[in-house]
Design a protein around this ligand. Sequence first.
Ligand code: PLP
Length: 390
Amino acid sequence: MRGLPRFSRALTQAPASGIRRIVSAAQARQAAGLPVYPFHLGEPSFDTPLAVREAAARALMEGRTHYAPNAGIPELRQAIAADLSRRYGTSLPAESVVVTVGACEALTLALMAVLEPGDQVLVPTPCWPNYLHLPRLLGAEAVELPARPQDGFRPDLVELERSITPHTRAIVVNTPNNPTGAMLRRDDLDGLLGLARRRGLWLICDEIYQDITFGPSRHIGVLELSAPDDPAILVGGFSKSYAMTGWRLGYLVASPEHSAQFLKLHQYLVTSATAFAQWGALEALSAEAEVEAMRQTYQARRDRVVETLRRCGIEFVQPEGAFYVFGRVPTAEGGEAFCERMLREHGLGFVPGGVFGRDFGDWFRLCFAGPTEELEEGLAALREAFRVPQ
Ligand code: PLP
């Protein structure tokens, strides 16, 4: 007898997703017939634009049910390269693009391809939790670098450079940011690219919220500033801009030589992204009017949310993009207890800030991507919780 088989240490030590815990508590409440205002979910309220769904349905009926080419259908790779080239004033070849199973897979490819056990990744926080947990699952270390609300939650590059050690391999940034809505300025990205070049690091830049911005600053993308042979890796996707979360389609963009390496890994992991879905994504790239209409709706929702937070006396940094607000817990109880109490007493689903970085236990995230009517009801419940007149 050799005993029971076991899971890897990295996996058993990984916490269950902090967001999922709130989701389960909210579901239990709903099952008991109690109302929930789901500010915890990061999911667009909109259905995917009709023309996109029709294109995928057509592809399905035409029998596009076989494996797609590993890197993605050529038409989609070409269209993504053209779309990004137009946005960022560059000329990307289609060979730069690997079509992935969501931005999740693109990030996984980037980290798996560059990290060895014992390596370090620098991650400005607060951040999307995958940047912290994926490196750990790979036996690497995610070094958290807390950004400050007084800096608008933009990373401190001096501190970042000071944190580089002989084990550092990569920096992961996200603009517009989940959970703060902060956007990197041209100087930030220039500085990050300079640092990556000088110190021989990869710069992984997640721009999945590139279309959801509210001004006055414009979204600056890494492709706008990087040279073709820079160690920059762009992570992007269709989930947020085009309301396509369930399609599981994203992309990784790097120099053609680098992308060939990511492609090897992608082949072993998933072979290719879903064939007929890629034909829908191709159509999505022409859905500019729908994307703009959704952006305007998010902006109106953002305005409603920040107005209520202000009236409730809750501190936050005004989000410039994405669809989240990061607020400071206005009581001494801490984020976990606050979020648990808000759900239990008022049906308000928030995510505790500690999920997004060790130093943010006194914060919480509110997502305003849900339907406007539900959002208004939730904001009324929030005002009631804080005894603010309706
Ligand atoms: N990157 C960030 C910053 C996100 O917030 C999310 C989803 O919440 C993703 C990536 C995942 O995107 P996808 O649905 O394309 O896997």
